[in-house]
Write a protein that binds this ligand. Structure first.
Ligand code: NAP
Length: 296
């Protein structure tokens, strides 16, 4: 199998081949008009995994609202969405600010008239020993990840209730299940997001709103991977723990989000789907903890 990008396939470790959904919709299992008429609001939709999710939702017919703090992160993605023939609204937003979340929802409703999908993807994270984590650092991550997810969900709820078939996806992580050495702030916040996912699934199910989570393992070519793994040389330790033989790609995560927001998942709510090639089933975090212990 060729690794040519135009083929829509890439070759991973051990010659494992996998489809690259962002190359074209030809490798997608879903119809290109799957989300036609839908509006998706993606926090952190201009970079990394959020950009990949934005791309795949737009490629399948959705218009998008891109919301994060820096316009320079959002504008290029909005241009890409426009080239796909979809409409993109760019909104500057700090998810920690509840009033600002309301303002984004108002702008989106003004532009599109409805919001059907919410992807809570915005996050912050950094490596630090729990004993050395400052209150400011703890608060920053917990406020963005957990409070930000709650703020945005609550702000969008009335619009989702009116949508008739709405869906929220919260991006969590595999270390919610295993504990999160050197990421106590992020691990605790993401665990809170998982619990919130289940709570809202129950409370809002009667309103026709499904609420699910997607938990990636280490995702190659992302800021998260650079900051939390590449910077300290532990990518190989991760990769060795993946039974399927390669790291997760942005497209793997985006494809799972697409499935969960589609009608194919119309009876799925309150679940977390892990996308990690089986990494969290294998050696757990032992090898990584050992590697981190060697760092001065
Ligand atoms: P990323 O590119 O740094 O994405 C984070 C996004 O959040 C950025 O677009 C950022 O945009 C936005 N953001 C940060 N603080 C914000 C705030 N206060 N208000 C609004 N937006 C804010 O990192 P990534 O690696 O793609 O991660 C995306 C998601 O996947 C995160 O939820 C992360 O926890 C999760 N995840 C990542 C991995 C991985 O290996 N990368 C693994 C598991 C889970 P601005 O700077 O413009 O605000």
């Amino acid at each position: 199998m060729s690794s040519s990008p135009s083929s829509g396939w890439r070759v991973g470790r051990g010659s494992v081949c996998y489809p690259v959904m962002s190359e074209d919709t030809g490798s997608s299992l879903f119809r290109p008009d799957l989300l036609a008429g839908r509006v998706a609001l993606i926090t952190g939709g201009g970079t990394g995994i959020g950009a990949g999710i934005t791309r795949v939702l737009a490629r399948h017919g959705a218009d998008v609202v891109l919301a994060s703090r820096r316009r320079e992160h959002l504008e290029p993605m909005a241009s890409e969405v426009a080239q796909l023939g979809r409409d993109a609204l760019v909104c500057q937003l700090d998810v920690r600010d509840r009033d600002a979340c309301d303002a984004v929802v108002a702008q989106a409703l003004d532009r599109f008239g409805h919001i059907d999908l919410l992807i809570n993807n915005a996050a912050g994270n950094f490596l630090v020993r729990a004993a050395e984590l400052s209150e400011k650092g703890w608060r920053a991550v917990v406020d963005i990840v957990l409070t930000g997810t709650f703020n945005m969900s609550q702000a969008v709820y009335p619009a989702l209730r009116d949508s008739g078939g709405a869906s929220i996806i919260n991006i969590t992580t595999t270390y919610v299940g295993s504990g999160a050495p050197f990421m106590a702030h992020s691990g605790a916040a993401k665990a809170g997001v998982l619990n919130l996912t289940r709570t809202l699934a129950v409370e809002w199910g009667g309103d026709g709103i499904r609420v699910n989570a997607v938990a990636p393992g280490l995702v190659e070519e992302t800021e998260g991977a650079r900051r939390l793994a590449e910077s300290i040389g532990i990518v190989d330790a991760y990769r060795k723990q993946v039974p399927l033989g390669r790291l997760v790609t942005i497209d793997d995560v985006a494809a799972t989000v697409l499935f969960l927001v589609s009608d194919a998942a119309s009876q799925i709510t309150g679940v977390e789907i892990t996308v990690d090639g089986g990494e969290s089933l294998g050696g757990g975090f032992k090898g990584i903890s050992d590697a981190l212990d060697g760092i001065p």
